[in-house]
Write a protein that binds this ligand. Structure first.
Ligand SMILES: Nc1nc2c(ncn2[C@@H]2O[C@H](COP(=O)(O)OP(=O)(O)OP(=O)(O)O)[C@@H](O)[C@H]2O)c(=O)[nH]1
Ligand SMILES: [Mg+2]
Length: 329
């Protein structure tokens, strides 16, 4: 192979300044080509990216370029306001993993659903540890109400219950990303499906049913059946910003109903001819779900507002700088 010849690889792990890229089943340690340092953070390779690789079988390889992403899952950056953090790329299914103990939260699942739909991945909710719950079916039905765009499964990795329902997603060439709180059982589920201990797992704290962040970084695992699975560290919360399309997708029926209100600016409060109130009264619309939509939509807008404020601040600074230069001339 010519030393500058490029091959196609897939990023399986991102370390501080280096990357592990899968190239035909081999793990290549790679650095970035210099030009990347002028790029925006969002253009840097992330787990799941396909990359053009200058492969070096006896040393460090080099990532020359990132192939256009089919899709990407993102969230507001926790450290920096007004920026989005790109998490994983080129995903088919986003497994939203929640255990059926105190970790269960209708609201949190809906956030993840919006994030997955925003990223154009198919949200699959996996309710784990069904062996610890006396009525998993009740939770399945409740979660199914969030949106008709999702599928919901209750499983127990330990007792092997419900796992056959997941087989339909394990098609060769597909990429599945698992997300959810620490201790929800993401890595255990991967190990059970793979039939071997690929990922480390750990006991959760009895006191609050949460984990201790056993998985510490995102990692793509190539399963023997040709499926790529991405394990992620547990997230405490997932914020929403710039997820307008994801929210619209999740709550499409509510947005449609809002359009049927007599008044365009209906607050769904005391106005006559309110389609939302009528749907709640007739049992067609679940009230809890309506308020969930309202709160997520508000959060999403407020975060956008923060972004707008930061942009306005930057503009003001630039204006001030140019004024200064004018006076100095
Ligand atoms: N009872 C029961 N326990 C389970 C099940 N699945 C996982 N666990 C237990 O839950 C604990 C946490 O599992 P992990 O797979 O490490 O959780 P995780 O989501 O990967 O956590 P992080 O890596 O910290 O994000 C372990 O003690 C598992 O044995 C299940 O189906 N039933
Ligand atoms: Mg884990």
């Amino acid at each position: 192979m010519n030393s500058e010849e490029k091959v196609l690889g897939r990023v399986i792990e991102v370390r501080k300044n280096s990357f592990i890229v899968d190239y035909e089943g081999k793990e290549a340690y790679a650095k970035l080509k210099g030009r990347f340092y002028e790029e925006k953070a969002q253009n840097l390779p992330i787990v799941g990216d396909f990359v053009e690789l200058i492969y070096n079988p006896s040393g460090e390889s080099m990532i020359a370029d990132v192939v256009n992403r089919r899709n990407v899952l993102s969230r507001p950056d926790q450290a920096k306001t007004a920026t989005m953090q790109y998490m994983v790329a080129n995903i088919d299914y986003c497994f939203i993993v929640t255990s059926l103990n105190e970790d269960y939260s209708f609201n949190r699942i809906a956030r993840y659903v919006s994030v997955a739909l925003q990223g154009e991945a198919i949200p699959i909710v996996i309710l784990t540890k069904s062996d610890l719950c006396s009525n998993p079916g009740r939770y399945v039905r409740e979660v199914e109400e969030i949106s008709d765009k999702i599928r919901v499964h209750a499983v127990s990795s330990i007792y092997g219950i419900g796992l056959e329902e997941l087989e339909t997603y394990f098609e060769e060439g597909k990429t599945i990303c698992l997300m959810g709180s620490s201790g929800a059982g993401k890595s255990t589920l991967i190990n059970t499906i793979a039939g071997e201990e690929i990922m480390k797992t750990n006991e959760i704290r009895e006191s609050d049913s949460t984990g201790k962040h056993t998985t510490t970084h995102r990692q793509l695992i190539h399963l023997k059946n040709g499926v790529d699975v991405i394990d992620t560290p547990g997230m405490r919360e997932i914020g929403l910003a710039g997820a307008d399309d994801g929210i619209t997708d999740t709550f499409e029926d509510i947005i449609e109903l809002e359009g049927m209100c007599k008044f365009r600016n209906c607050k769904h409060d005391t106005e006559p001819g309110c389609a939302i109130k009528a749907a709640i009264a007739s049992g067609k619309l679940n009230e809890k779900r309506f308020y969930l939509y309202k709160s997520l939509d508000r959060e999403n807008t407020v975060n956008n507002y923060a972004k707008m404020k930061e942009i306005a601040k930057k503009h003001k600074l630039m204006e001030r700088e140019s004024m200064k230069m004018k006076f100095q001339r």
